[in-house]
Design a protein around this ligand. Sequence first.
Ligand code: UD1
Ligand code: UDP
Length: 399
Amino acid sequence: MNTKRKTILSIFGTRPEAIKMAPLVKALEAEPEIRSVVCVTGQHRSMLQQVLDLFEITPHHDLAVMSENQSLNGLTSRLIASIDDVITKEQPDRVLVHGDTTTATAGALAAFHRQVPVAHVEAGLRTGDMKSPWPEEMNRRFVDVVSDLMFVPTSRSRANLAMETLHGRAFVTGNTVIDALQSATKRIDSQDALRRALDARFPFLDASKHLVLVTGHRRESFGRGLRDICAALVRLARRSDVQIVYPVHLNPNVRATVISALGGAPNVFLIEPQDYLGFVRLLQRATLVLTDSGGVQEEAPSLGKPVLVMRDVTERPEAIDAGTAVLVGTHSDAIAATVHLLLDDTNARAAFARNVNPYGDGRASARIVAALAGRPFEEFKPVTPRSKDVARVMREAFA
Ligand code: UD1
Ligand code: UDP
């Protein structure tokens, strides 16, 4: 055994973290300079397991902290205590956390208390509004404060960090979600039997109709925001040329509202959270995507799908600048009007539907591993011409 190998402890626990850490874990496992140790917190149970199975990741530690409708403080305290045990046992040279979840915050704080250096994957995202997304804006700011290495997806995220007094160094790597997406689309596109099996999960889909794919789960939208989103979907579902598919997040607060507002609505198909390949296949088949999810905002542009972001602010402005996303908020009139516009006007839709990759090129994990192993690498530079088309189309449509 090479005794000089650095031990890197990757800590993650929710679905999006697992999707975005999976390619990085694979790259760490293949790196001779590194001993990779994986700790899943189980902040999510079944949605996390779907991802571990797909990417064939067997964690060294599984903390199983999830409880039904968990409170943020209950979850945080369970996380810190159990992550501390793992850090004490593994004595890592560095801890890696991802993004802006409670797992990331607890992992970073537990490492900081044990004086273990922290690297933050997907650092530097900001809305500037501590209430939106809540509590994620606080989480990512906190993790950046304690990190000495910050792997930022875009130069814009690096510019956000440059405005704060931080001690860490930032590297522009691209987002690892594009690594995960490329590996999924490669499998789906190259394996006919797999594609047919995925399509067979959705026998109700009619290829002659527009598929509108929806996800929505943000805490700041619980209550009125989510009810308004559902009201817009009920109106849109009256169109005979549309089918709405909504994989409903397992958070009971989301399920209660969505199922009571949309259960039984014609043309609205509420389905269980899909494993990653199933969801990517739905993305491929969609005409447009309505979402408040961070990851979906990053994936859809890469597949050339117009995205309507059902939030008031976003920490991912790059797709809006590139002209494949628009911020529609959560008011049902605005959501319905924008969807009608895009479905009725092929020119408007064409203005959005451009394949751009503002968030990555599929090599983010390789760059992060190079940085961790102390090797030089070229930073990610997106080629995304700024588009004025979408702004013009929206101005003209709503003048
Ligand atoms: C969490 C993250 C959010 C991220 C989202 C991605 C925090 C504070 N929030 O929100 O940033 O965007 O994950 O999905 O870290 N549940 C299950 N099984 C699962 C997953 C969830 O039953 O596999 C249910 C449980 O009742 C759980 C609840 O969902 O208590 C909420 O999970 P939690 O991780 O606290 O919050 P999310 O809303 O999922
Ligand atoms: N996703 C999935 N199955 C689904 C819905 C989403 O695998 O049924 C994927 C999606 O492709 C994206 C990630 O989950 O990569 C986003 O996770 P989520 O919306 O839970 O969290 P966020 O990105 O908002 O933090």
